[in-house]
Design a protein. Structure first.
Length: 257
């Protein structure tokens, strides 16, 4: 399974997964159809499925046009998103499996950003290889999504599910927000040397207009404040030792940042 990162809209990423042996592809969160169609035609691929993480327009905006071009395509999404994702045919629950290119992904239910959000996790095939996590707007490089339909407790529990995955998991999040996320992180965890180093690296990447996605889960666990609610520095910054309150206050601070 090969993975391509496609740019869309202002700062979205669309992910194209493809099997060169069969010349078929799956797209994750097509914000718009045009970049997907361009790459499919360029590589001579047939689109067989759309994997949506949630219903927001900047993740499903290309669904209808892609269905028109590929009428047999199957559209996957969370069971709780029934009626909200254009063309959805498959309604996934926690733990459901989806297959592509001889790889099997697990559905992880991660409410918080929306009440129905899911992520797709492909475990590594061999020891030492990376797993692949397509997490939409739940976990970002250096941050997490806003709470539009869920509670801080829900979002924290969802992120806890993700941070329990292997550290060498590649995090394919759907927006290029990393630099601003790390700028905020420094205001609450500024003495963290791993965070300081990451900020320098990301700043250099973005100065060259290079992508910061995918990230690695191990790096997120060391530098992303929204995975570090037990850390004393973050409890001090939020003036509470309660994990949910620490997380909730961090999210409120980020909303105002």
């Amino acid at each position: 399974m090969q993975i391509l990162r496609l740019e869309a809209l202002l700062d979205n990423y669309i992910f194209l997964l493809y099997d060169r042996q069969k010349n078929i592809a799956v797209v994750v969160d097509p914000a718009e159809a045009e970049p997907v169609l361009k790459k499919l035609y360029e590589l001579g691929l047939k689109l067989v499925a759309i994997f949506n993480t949630h219903h927001h327009w900047d993740h499903v905006g290309g669904n209808k046009e892609l269905i028109r071009k590929f009428p047999e395509v199957k559209v996957y999404g969370g069971a709780e998103d029934r009626g909200r994702i254009p063309g959805q045919q498959v309604f996934l629950q926690e733990g459901a499996r989806v297959e592509f290119a001889q790889r099997v992904a697990e559905t992880i239910f991660v409410p918080g950003h929306t009440r129905a959000h899911i992520a797709y996790y492909f475990p590594p095939q061999n020891l030492g290889e990376a797993g692949e996590l397509f997490c939409g707007d739940t976990l970002f490089a250096g941050g997490c999504g806003r709470l539009f339909e869920g509670t801080p407790k829900q979002m924290m529990e969802s992120l806890d599910k993700l941070r329990r995955l292997p550290e060498n998991t590649r995090v394919w999040c759907a927006h290029e927000y990393t630099l601003k996320n790390l700028q905020f992180a420094l205001t609450v965890d500024g003495e963290n040397p791993d965070l300081q180093q990451r900020y320098r690296e990301v700043k250099a990447l973005r100065s060259r207009q290079e992508a910061t996605v995918p990230s690695l889960l191990g790096i997120e666990k060391r530098t992303n404040p929204f995975l570090r609610w037990e850390q004393p520095a973050l409890q001090l910054a939020t003036n509470t030792k309660d994990p949910v309150q620490t997380f909730a206050r961090l999210r409120e601070m980020k909303d105002r940042f």
